[in-house]
Ligand binder design. Structure first.
Ligand code: URP
Ligand code: ZN
Ligand code: ZN
Length: 469
């Protein structure tokens, strides 16, 4: 069995911070100690002056995903290679029940494609059509495949939306079986009406996108989802929170002891709705749901992270190219040329989560290093049934390790990314802190700019129970 020692690094977990050596044997961390005698036949990696942290766990991506008329441009191979370069070694991606078809078919299809992943992968399942068989099939994949979380949309009527009664039944079954209900909290019927109004009035420019997704529609849906979860006596997880109203409802429920968990994303923490005032071609990069909001909302999200009202920062990596026909995929952001209402919603981010959050969170003094590791790896791993195999550096855990230079300052450029998408939300942004080396179950897969991993190098990880931290 191969042995490696990572020497003299500053090991940071969600609770600890110390300088020591890590001995890796095969795929796991075998020993952590001072001055470990490497002996012969052992590869030594010097991590002096570096942070040594658990590989990132990104629990919100859409790889090779059909969303409305469009398909995301990253394959499991390209998306997970990009994740690795960004310091993420486990991705929990969204599999999807094809509309009107079976949950099992959606899962089997996802498992086939995910076999090409370069980092470890697990799945949530998006429920798009509800009937009695849906509940049966959900239970099957929960038990058979370790898919212990399901996403339901309160938005997009006729395409994705699950109504309140259906939500109640799904939450109840999921909670009773050790699973977690992930909720896209936006009031779909109201938003659809606002979109139709805007289009009827000829308001087709992208600056209308945030106007038809006002924060009140997110707050209302978050509040409603929490009430339904209380009735169902089940835990819920609200994804991609962007508004102060939603944060308030989540905080209030948590204060009362209700098991509500929530995530936000880097784009909501670093960008504002001012991006939509740019010319349409540029503004198209930022169409996602919920939309970017004002500084006031952004400040509420940072407070939510500081106070543990929000427990996870995930990317919602949902990449559509700006250029039509790139990679042979017809349906890019260009679909929305005539009207924002036709634009595929979603944006990339899988490769920049760790550096952006280090720079904007730790280097800017907004959070401690331990909190950073909690948000990037430990929290999501615990909540989604991956801990302690993933999300920490401990004896017996998978040797998923990032060696990170906290002092290197560099500039984000889409052209240097490994994702297939043709833009970055953060082009030309200078950040401090850079991923230098990445280990996946003991194998070095990233060494500076060099790619050492391979398609199929990632394993599928059936998860344990979700919904506890
Ligand atoms: O705009 C977004 N977020 N697209 C991805 C699908 C979703 O709702 O997460
Ligand atoms: Zn969503
Ligand atoms: Zn998403």
């Amino acid at each position: 069995m191969s042995k490696k020692v990572i020497k003299n690094g500053r090991i940071v977990t969600a609770s600890d911070d110390y300088i020591a050596d890590i001995m890796i044997e095969g795929e796991i961390v075998k020993m952590i100690g001072l001055n470990i005698d490497a002996g012969g036949d052992v590869e030594v990696i010097d991590a002096s002056a570096m942070l040594v942290m658990p590989g990132g766990v990104d629990v919100h991506t859409h790889l090779e995903a059909e969303i409305g008329p469009a398909k995301t441009v990253d394959t499991f191979e390209s998306g997970t290679m990009a994740a690795a370069f960004g310091g993420t070694t486990t991705v929990v991606d969204y599999a999807q029940q094809p509309h009107g078809d079976s949950v099992i078919a959606g899962m089997d299809d996802w498992l086939g494609r995910a076999a090409n992943a370069c980092v470890d992968v697990a799945a949530h399942m998006i429920i798009t059509t509800f009937n009695d068989q849906t509940l049966v099939d959900m239970k099957t994949i929960l038990q058979r495949d370790g898919v212990t979380s399901f996403k339901m949309f309160m938005a997009m009527p006729g395409v994705m939306m699950i109504d309140d009664a259906e939500l109640y039944r799904i939450m109840r079954m999921t909670g009773e079986n050790g699973g977690l209900s992930n909720i896209h909290a936006e009031n779909g019927l109201l938003i659809d009406t606002l979109i139709k109004e805007a289009v009827a009035q000829g308001r087709n420019e992208i600056l209308n996108h945030p106007r038809v997704h006002p924060s009140i529609t997110e707050g209302e849906a978050a509040h409603r989802a929490i009430q339904i979860a209380k009735l169902a006596e089940a835990p819920i997880y609200i994804v991609h929170v962007s508004s102060q109203e939603a944060v308030r409802h989540i905080a209030e429920a948590r204060y009362d002891g209700t098991p509500v968990f929530a995530e936000t994303c880097p784009h909501y923490l670093f960008l504002t709705e001012a991006e939509y005032d740019k010319p349409n071609d540029e503004a198209a990069k930022y169409t996602m749901i919920p939309p970017l909001r004002s500084q006031e909302h952004q400040d509420a999200l940072w407070r939510g992270l500081a106070g543990d009202d929000l427990q996870v920062v995930a990317t919602d990596h949902c990449p559509f190219c700006l250029t039509e026909d790139s990679w042979g995929l017809k349906h890019s952001k260009a679909l929305g040329k005539e009207s924002f209402a036709q634009m595929p919603n979603g944006a990339p981010g899988i490769e920049t989560r760790l550096p952006l959050m280090y720079d904007g969170g730790v280097a800017r003094g907004r959070m401690s290093l331990n909190r950073y590791v909690q948000l990037m790896a430990t929290g999501p791993a615990k909540l989604f049934g991956l801990f302690p195999r993933k999300g920490t550096i401990a004896v017996g855990s998978d040797a998923d390790i990032v060696i990170f230079d906290p002092n290197e300052t560099w500039t984000i450029k889409a052209a240097e990314h490994h994702s297939r998408v043709d833009y970055s939300l953060f082009e030309d942004r200078q950040v401090t802190g850079r991923v230098k080396k990445v280990f996946l179950r003991g194998e070095m897969i990233v060494d500076g700019a060099e790619w050492l991993g391979h398609s199929g190098g990632g394993h599928y990880i059936p998860r344990g129970q979700s919904g506890q931290m």
